[in-house]
Design a protein around this ligand. Structure first.
Ligand SMILES: Nc1ncnc2c1ncn2[C@@H]1O[C@H](COP(=O)(O)OP(=O)(O)O)[C@@H](O)[C@H]1O
Ligand SMILES: [Mg+2]
Length: 313
């Protein structure tokens, strides 16, 4: 049986030849895994950002169990250690990993509800996420790459950004100086960092009300975790009746810092570093392709700068 891929997955191919090869191989790969792992598909293929997810049933010791089969684009290093982190968490704070084939970037995961933290008010969601931190922020296994090492690769090109780049120069200097300090601090490494812990990567469960999925795990500092809760659900910060963006962002930041008992200055430093590096990546992408920033990229960079300002003044 060949599974049909939805248009959203077929569209991955537009990202380049390697993505097209991933899409082309998916029907066969999913078929093989379904057969080898003795699964029965129970619905359509869903798409994530860099993955496909197939709801399945598996016979586990005679009893049927709902699960999902997730296959990820194999060339992103950020997703490489997803199964390792899930295995390490062992279901605490996160979805249970039932089976994995890291070579094929395939995982069988406990089935959760599709309801994610977008269903809650953003500040309630921030409290939920902060409540997951103690379960997720455990000592890191040695295989995880360090978040500071990962970021330091961009230190030089970031320092070389032209003065007319769309990120204020003093913000770039500040991020570089903070990154240098954080890199020299042993507390910046050694804890499992989910690294992509935002509203859509926390799903409702049966065992627990909310569980994290989709880690881009690295060895890091818990204080580096809040940033994605600030830059996501942006429309609600700027939409009608939203109040001012700065107040909304600060409310999210302080809700997480307070509920998780983080050191405020350290959490702020990590927000600055992550947002400036995020902005840099967009600039670099456009540069690499030899074109000007498009409107979406300019909006994104403006957003990164707004987050840095909001947590500081
Ligand atoms: N264990 C699961 N149970 C139910 N749905 C899931 C599960 N894992 C992922 N999904 C669904 O698939 C989507 C994409 O999965 P995700 O792991 O976030 O991949 P991506 O890296 O592509 O964002 C999620 O937003 C969710 O709707
Ligand atoms: Mg996701």
């Amino acid at each position: 049986m060949r599974l049909d891929l939805p248009p959203s997955v077929l569209a991955f191919g537009a990202r380049g030849p390697r993505w097209q090869a991933f899409v082309d191989g998916l029907p066969r790969l999913l078929d093989d895994l379904v057969a080898e792992w003795e699964l029965t598909p129970t619905g359509e293929v869903w798409s994530g950002y860099a993955s496909v997810v197939l709801p399945v049933r598996r016979a586990a010791g005679g009893e049927a169990q709902d699960a999902v089969l997730k296959v990820t684009f194999p060339e992103d290093e950020e997703t490489e250690h997803e199964p390792l982190a899930l295995q390490h968490w062992h279901g605490r704070g996160a979805v249970l990993l039932l089976r994995a084939d890291p070579h094929r970037r395939a995982m069988l995961l406990e089935r959760l509800h599709r309801r994610d933290l977008n269903a809650l008010d953003p500040l309630d969601a921030c409290e939920v996420v902060a409540g997951l931190y103690p379960s997720l922020h455990v000592p890191a296994p040695p295989q995880l790459r360090s978040f500071t090492g990962y970021l330091n690769r961009w230190r030089e090109p970031l320092a070389d950004l032209p003065r007319d780049a769309p990120v204020p120069r003093r913000m770039v200097e500040q991020a570089l100086s903070l990154l240098r300090d954080l890199t020299g601090d042993p507390a910046s490494t050694g804890t499992v960092l989910h690294h992509d812990l935002h509203y859509q990567n926390v799903l409702a469960g049966e065992r627990e009300p909310w569980l994290a999925i989709d880690p881009q795990a690295m060895s890091g500092d818990p204080h580096a975790e809040p940033a994605p809760m600030l830059w996501n659900r942006w429309d609600e910060l700027v939409g009608p009746g939203a109040g001012d963006v700065r107040t909304g962002l600060r409310a999210r930041f302080h809700t997480i810092v307070d509920a998780a008992g983080l050191d405020e200055d350290r959490a702020r430093a990590w927000v600055v570093v992550r947002m400036v590096v995020n902005a840099y990546w967009s600039i670099e992408d456009a540069e690499r392709l030899g074109r000007l920033l498009d409107a979406d990229e300019r909006d994104w960079i403006t957003r990164c700068v707004a987050v840095v300002k909001a947590v500081q003044d």
